[in-house]
Design a protein around this ligand. Structure first.
Ligand code: UD1
Ligand code: M6R
Length: 414
């Protein structure tokens, strides 16, 4: 069952090159199409979005609703959706969404992310949004789950069973699924907002040919609508093809993370600083560490550092700073300098071959070097060594990896 691994969490971390490939299988055309061939311009095709894709593109607001790790996947992909769809994207923790009875409109599109597809608060939020007339899109790993059945449309992750209570491979597949959605959904060509149309009649046998027609038209329309974004989309799709291989080489950091865990196993607190795409990485790494290794841990938005968290920093405080090369790089470098000035024990997660970051080794910092990819996919790679770190911390502390105390895999009551 554990395929030679000691624990399910360990197995699931190491399965990620394959689970990511499964999430993309049959949905992404990795080869760039021949120039001038309009029928091959749609390089991402999620079957589950075909019917309602145009409605999503025309909506006034996208809401991403989830709990726990699935919420972090929402945070990691928000910027990509905003960039590709040019629609405001808001994030909602399902419990808070329900507590507030958040206002919902008929021209909202609500995405519900859930590995299990059964999480009570996410499911109740879906019922609420559906009753208020929003288009409801599921992103689930479990075919036939309540969320998969109740949403109007959606995408299955196809990442395979996740058994360890700590979610790992579902997280990286969720990031991929939303990124693929963003690539598939073009910005609205007509900015006039329309209402959510009435439900379609049940599919008839001829629906098949209509679907083929719809897909062909969509492919043509996508190419037409998004010329200004085509280069960026091509670049992201090219990197999707490289991603499983890059995650595989990131997994080679396993023994380095075991060594790091040896030095951190006695820590009473561990902080993770990130911003931009990697604020989600900081939150998710902290959740993993507290959930399984039972060490107090916080993910901190680096931009908020001076508004409180800096007071915690001294020479006894271990901090992981996520400083891979993206638009936030310079700002993260300045964060590193400010933390060093307070003598923090720094572990810098940076890209391989980054000479500027290497210079910090002389100042006592330790580097975690990962392969580079396009900015919006970098969180998929960056979380991997931190998953390994939390796994090794847990084993070294003699704790239950797959069944952490007080937690259940699926939270089916609020
Ligand atoms: C589907 C088939 C897959 C087949 C492929 C071939 C299923 C589950 N998937 O995959 O076996 O190889 O076509 O074309 O039969 N959905 C929701 N909510 C969710 C998730 C999905 O409503 O949370 C809906 C989708 O809108 C879609 C259906 O479930 O109508 C299947 O979704 P998905 O498995 O993602 O579709 P395909 O990748 O096209
Ligand atoms: O099945 P879901 O994705 O809806 O679960 C949501 C959370 O309960 C879940 O991600 C939880 O936070 C994990 N144990 C985190 O590792």
């Amino acid at each position: 069952m554990k395929g030679g691994y000691d624990h399910f969490m360990q197995k699931e971390i190491h399965e990620q090159p394959e689970s990511l490939l499964q999430t993309m299988r049959g949905r992404v055309q990795f080869q760039r199409p021949a120039v001038g061939n309009p029928y091959l311009t749609q390089r991402v095709k999620l079957g589950g979005l075909v019917e309602h894709g145009a409605t999503v593109s025309r909506c006034r607001r996208i809401m991403l609703v989830a709990c726990g790790t699935s919420f972090h996947a929402c945070l990691a992909t928000r910027q990509t959706l905003e960039e590709m769809c040019e629609v405001p994207v808001v994030l909602e923790l399902a419990s808070d969404f329900l507590d507030r009875r958040c206002p919902i409109f008929r021209d909202d599109t609500c995405f519900f992310l859930s590995q299990s597809g059964e999480t009570a608060d996410t499911l109740r939020s879906l019922e609420y949004a559906k009753a208020h007339g929003a288009l409801c899109v599921g992103v689930t790993n479990t075919v036939g789950s309540a969320i998969s059945r109740m949403t109007h449309c959606g995408v299955h992750l196809n990442a395979g069973y996740e058994i360890g209570v700590a979610s790992t491979k579902a997280y990286t597949s969720q990031i991929l699924a939303i990124t693929m959605m963003a690539l598939q959904l073009p910005p609205p060509r007509v900015t006039k907002h329309t209402r959510f149309p009435p439900p379609l009649p049940p599919p008839a046998p001829q629906a098949y040919t209509s679907q083929i027609l719809a897909i062909t038209m969509m492919a043509l329309q996508l190419a037409e609508d998004s010329i200004s974004k085509r280069e960026r989309r091509d670049c992201i799709i090219d990197e999707l093809g490289q991603l499983p291989g890059k995650v595989r080489s990131t997994l080679m950091l396993d023994s380095a993370m075991l060594e790091l865990a040896e030095s951190l196993k006695g820590a009473s607190s561990l902080l993770f600083f990130g911003r931009g795409y990697n604020y989600a990485t900081a939150l998710e790494a902290a959740l993993k560490v507290k959930e399984v290794a039972l060490i107090h841990s916080e993910g901190i938005l680096a931009g908020e550092m001076k508004h409180g968290p800096l007071a915690l920093v001294d020479k006894h405080m271990p901090i992981v700073v996520i400083a891979t090369r993206d638009g936030m790089y310079k700002k993260m470098e300045s964060v590193i300098q400010q933390l060093l000035a307070r003598e923090a024990q720094l572990y810098i997660l940076c890209n391989e071959g980054d000479e500027s970051m290497k210079a910090y080794e002389a100042k006592g910092c330790k580097l975690i070097q990962v392969p580079e990819t396009v900015d919006c996919l970098q969180p998929v790679i960056n979380i991997v060594p931190l998953q390994l770190l939390s796994y090794h911390l847990t084993v070294l502390r003699g704790l239950n990896v797959d069944q952490p105390r007080n937690l259940a895999k699926s939270v089916t009551v609020s």
